[in-house]
Ligand binder design. Sequence first.
Ligand SMILES: [Zn+2]
Length: 156
Amino acid sequence: MSARVRGTVSDAALEESAAHDASGTRSPSTKAAAPVSPYKGKTGWTRIRNALFYSVDGFAAALRNEDAFRQEVLLALVLTPIALSASVSSAGKAMMVASVLLVLVVELLNSGIEAVTDRVSLEDHVLAKQAKDMGSAAVLLSLINVPVVWLIVFFG
Ligand SMILES: [Zn+2]
């Protein structure tokens, strides 16, 4: 597939996404055209139970495959007790713990992007690089956010 064709597809997707954002709802035509996932359709407690199992699988996969995630979990295990026992307000503690949890959240999403990118193709492609680099930039920002929040909580 040529870069030009990919670019066109990408532009169409961007326009669709822009239309979606502007109206706040999907247009009926988009809804009708959307393919139905065989993984959708469970409701109520079954859906919640399945979602829990998928989430545990996601955690396990990230721990198994992502060295960065393992390091960040260790960081969270060290920093969370420090935050909770710090002589700061409850709001301060909440901000500090949240800043650490956010790193894990962003790393999980980044790992998901990496997985789906590699699923599409292991070939080098400018859009694959872009997707992975953006995920990496998001992780970096979430990491920078930790000392920023902690320093503000401690020193005002
Ligand atoms: Zn990774």
